[in-house]
Design a protein around this ligand. Sequence first.
Ligand SMILES: [Cu+2]
Length: 160
Amino acid sequence: MRLAQIFLFICLLPVVAAAADKLEIHDAWARETPPKASVMAGYLTLYNPSPEVYTLVRLSSPDFKRVEMHRTEQHDGMHKMLPVPQLTLSSKGRATFQPGGMHLMLIGPKKRLKAGDNVTLALFFSDGSSMKIILPVKKATANTDRTMHNNQHHSHSQQH
Ligand SMILES: [Cu+2]
């Protein structure tokens, strides 16, 4: 009898998975900048395979003073970067940070980071969980620039 009660109790506990345990990170990298650049751009894809909704509310890095999410808009042929305060990932939702579109703005590097180095990044979610990830620093290639060109024409459908 007693065991059955314990079993029942366990079954009734709500199952709440933390964002940090569920979300997948793909294609993370940061673009190498010239020496003394004051900002660096970071890219990645976040995928939420779970039935829950998760919200990314803050980012930080021990390698930078500040990390922001930006989206790029075009006005009269000029690119303008606008901060994205937080990002909601619906169930099966995907958010892509990529050249020419939404990106991570790594502000105030504490030292120069070159191709082959790593940027450590912490992602904080509204459920209180957090995730530490690594962005390898790479030089931009013809391939990344082609991606950038394509995305400038389709940036509205890419944004969340
Ligand atoms: Cu930016």
